[in-house]
Design a protein around this ligand. Structure first.
Ligand SMILES: [Cu+2]
Length: 275
């Protein structure tokens, strides 16, 4: 029965790959038996998802066409059914077709691909700038314009509260307002790490000595999780990224709270964590 259920889930997952609803996809985090991307929370991720669906359809049609041709050739031109093989070596029309059609397919893929690439690198005017600094093995978030800095450290399994996902929950999340352009500056203190949040469609290497930039505009409030996505040592799997997208008012409250507690115990905690 369990196997049957799994097969059903696999089939429905496969069906979704070809463009149906994202029923099994995770909201801001992975979900059991997830077959597709996590639900898109930014316009860029929506674009990535639809480009992925488009390319999957093309790949599937090509694979089916080639398989059909192979089966036809095996059936129609085997030694039994076709003992006297033809001596044809050239067919101009066919040669033009098998050159031109793949070129057209590649152009059809290239156009949305480049459109997506340009959209990702077309930085909008920043409503908020944050700096994510990677260290072995945690992230430090800085809001340079607001003068806020804090470390974000994984919560061990034993300390998780109900509903908090394992290996993704941190003590202090990156808090950002909804529907605002957030520019993320990414850097590293020691080795190469990678700042990645799947439902935002962002993934950027954190390289020591280099300041990289990416951006996102989250269109829904909620918790969105990611992980360091570049092997960075022993605790690579234990430096998650948690982004809390809140309303503008909640963000203003949070900012005020951070500023008032900046001289309090938080700073001490960051100092200890940063050692
Ligand atoms: Cu890392």
């Amino acid at each position: 029965m369990a196997i049957f259920n799994r097969m059903l889930m696999f089939l429905s997952g496969a069906a979704m790959l070809v463009g149906a609803g994202p029923a099994l996809a995770g909201e801001g985090q992975p979900s059991p038996w997830q077959m597709t991307f996590q639900n898109a929370a930014t316009p860029i991720m929506e674009q990535i998802t639809s480009f992925h669906t488009f390319v999957t359809i093309i790949i599937t049609l090509i694979a089916l066409f080639v398989m059909g041709l192979l089966i036809y050739v095996m059936a129609r031109f085997n030694e039994k059914r076709n003992p006297q093989s033809s001596r044809t070596t050239h067919n101009t029309m066919l040669e033009i077709a098998w050159t031109v059609i793949p070129v057209l397919i590649l152009v059809a893929i290239a156009i949305p691909s480049f459109r997506l690439l340009f959209a990702q690198y077309d930085f909008p005017k920043a409503d908020l700038t944050v700096t994510a600094t990677a260290s072995q093995w945690y992230w430090t978030y800085e809001y340079p314009d607001q003068g806020i800095t804090f470390a974000s450290i994984i919560v061990p399994d034993a300390d998780l509260k109900p509903g908090q996902p394992r290996l993704l929950t941190v003590d202090h999340e990156l808090v950002v307002p909804v529907n605002k352009n957030v520019i993320v500056q990414v850097k590293a203190n020691d080795v190469i790490h990678d700042f990645a949040v799947p439902s935002f469609g962002i993934k950027l290497d954190a390289v020591p000595g280099r300041l990289q930039r990416t951006w996102f505009r989250a269109e829904r409030t909620g918790m969105f999780y990611g992980q360091c996505s570049e092997l960075c040592g022993r605790n690579h799997a234990f430096m998650p990224i948690a982004v809390h997208v809140v309303s503008e008012e909640e963000f203003a409250d949070w900012l005020a709270k951070q500023k008032s507690s900046a001289s309090g115990d938080e700073t001490g905690k960051v100092a200890t964590a940063a050692k």
